[in-house]
Design a protein around this ligand. Structure first.
Ligand code: GUN
Ligand code: FE
Length: 448
């Protein structure tokens, strides 16, 4: 791979000191940041390519620790419902009706939106059928991802959408064998039992056992999102959701729980003791009327919190800017104006996401030796602060910026977005193909 020099206006490093560097540049070789130094100390001629981003702010790519690429096609088709009705009436029937082509179209649209919005790493909860297709798209798109087939072996909500326990486990195992650490380690496996209400105890426990066979893989599920859900979990198991997960031994530092809204004191203690990670999805939590997770409390307890947009039909966007803004704003009326400062939220969106995935040695900050997963933002617009310096740079990003300010995106040093345009996907092409596949899918749903 060629050597690259990136001349930056400002670099928001997100290193341990929180350094913000003005007038510095980055050298990238073989996909890694090899040197960060004052721009005048580099000689341009020794590089194969030089990018002049001296008007831009360079940040680490965002890390979203909970998304559903398979749901992108369903955006705007499942609004104004609570979780269980949302799943029953729309999401489970739609996911059940995916074929390979509709799933491919859905994944492409999702990855397109994520990359052009500055998200360079995702943890994706896949779907039950055709998950191989999602892996193909993750690999060819250039995005960094953990993903896995969604596992469902019980389903009172929409009984057609489930499969045999043994099949679910065997297929997950074989996908993990094929895709864990593929694409030079850019793609990793995350076992994905959907949630307690759609999984047998045997499935939850055996999945944990097989997950241990794949070093660096994750256990990814939903927990404690909705009051009706936790009531049903209590009826099923006799326990609160996190208490139940603990009792069957599936928690730990390789387990990521999406949501964690309705939890009691004992469960907070369990999360802390087991080092289990929470993925906070503020838009989805508001839109599905689920509630507001007590994130400031988690942070005080040193419980890992990172951010995700969740699925397009419960958000209805995949923008990390929206999640960062809401993650900050929703806590302020409850816990006070300084409860979720812009810098804190920015760390959740970058280095804390990397830590949750266990890859903080590779990504999440801009430091020598780390992978070149980089985003260049244009903060020179009338809708942003007129003066941006170290004192308000996080404010400018969290409170006044959006995906439209993302200009350049690199993953592993590979240029994936240029001047705001995807270098991977043709926008019109994926839009029209997505529409066509959605129409076909809706016909299949109607005919079932
Ligand atoms: N719980 C189980 N499945 C889902 C899902 O697809 N989205 C959300 N938000 N919660 C879930
Ligand atoms: Fe989800």
């Amino acid at each position: 791979m060629s050597s690259i020099l990136i001349k930056a206006g400002t670099i928001v490093t997100v290193n341990n000191n929180g350094d913000i560097l003005n007038g510095f540049s980055l050298a990238v070789e073989n996909g890694k940041i090899t040197k960060i130094d004052k721009t005048e100390n580099f000689s341009e001629d020794v590089f194969d390519v030089v990018y002049d981003y001296s008007n831009y702010v360079i940040i680490p790519g965002f890390v979203q620790t909970h998304v559903h690429l398979c749901q992108t096609l369903f955006r705007g088709l499942a609004d104004d419902l609570e979780l269980l009705d949302w799943l029953r009436k729309h999401i489970f029937p739609y996911e059940f009706s995916h074929d390979e082509e509709s799933l491919r179209a859905s994944a492409k649209l999702g990855i397109y939106e994520l990359l052009t919005g500055g998200t360079t790493t995702i943890l994706d909860m896949g779907t039950m059928n055709h998950q191989q297709v999602v892996f193909d798209e993750l690999i060819s798109s250039g995005i960094r991802a953990f993903a896995g087939k969604c596992m469902i072996d019980e389903n009172d909500i929409f009984p057609d959408f489930k499969e045999d326990t043994k099949k679910s486990i065997e297929e997950s195992y074989s996908l993990a064998r094929e895709f864990h650490n593929s694409a030079n380690g850019r793609i990793k496996y995350a076992f994905a039992p959907r949630f307690v209400l759609s999984c047998s105890e045997k499935l939850l426990i055996e999945t944990r056992e097989i997950q241990k066979d794949f070093a660096g893989s994750l256990y990814h599920t939903h927990s404690s999102e909705n009051k009706g859900e936790i009531k049903a979990v209590k009826e099923k198991t006799g326990m609160e959701n996190i208490e139940y997960f603990n009792s069957i031994g599936v928690l730990g530092n390789k387990t990521i729980l999406a949501h964690g809204i309705h939890v009691n004191e004992k469960e907070i203690g369990i999360l802390k003791e087991t080092d289990t990670k929470i993925s906070h999805c503020p838009s989805a939590n508001l839109k599905l009327a689920s509630g507001i997770a007590n994130i400031p409390r988690y942070l005080v307890e040193n419980i890992s919190v990172s951010l995700g947009a969740d699925g397009p039909p419960c958000n209805n966007n995949l923008s990390m800017f929206t999640e960062m803004r809401l993650a900050s704003l929703i806590q302020k009326p409850i816990h006070g104006p300084t409860s979720m400062r812009a810098e804190t939220v920015f760390r959740l969106a970058t280095i804390e996401g990397a830590k949750a995935l266990g890859i903080e040695d590779e990504i999440g900050s801009i430091e020598e030796g780390k992978k070149a997963d980089l985003v260049a933002l244009d903060l020179n617009n009338p809708e942003q602060p007129l003066i941006v310096d170290k004192s308000n740079i996080y404010s400018a990003i969290i409170y006044s910026s959006s995906s439209k300010h993302v200009k350049e995106v690199f993953v592993d040093g590979k240029h994936l977005v240029s001047n705001g345009k995807s270098l991977v996907y043709d926008k019109d092409d994926i839009f029209h193909k997505g529409k066509k596949e959605l129409n076909k899918l809706l016909k299949r749903v109607a005919n079932k």
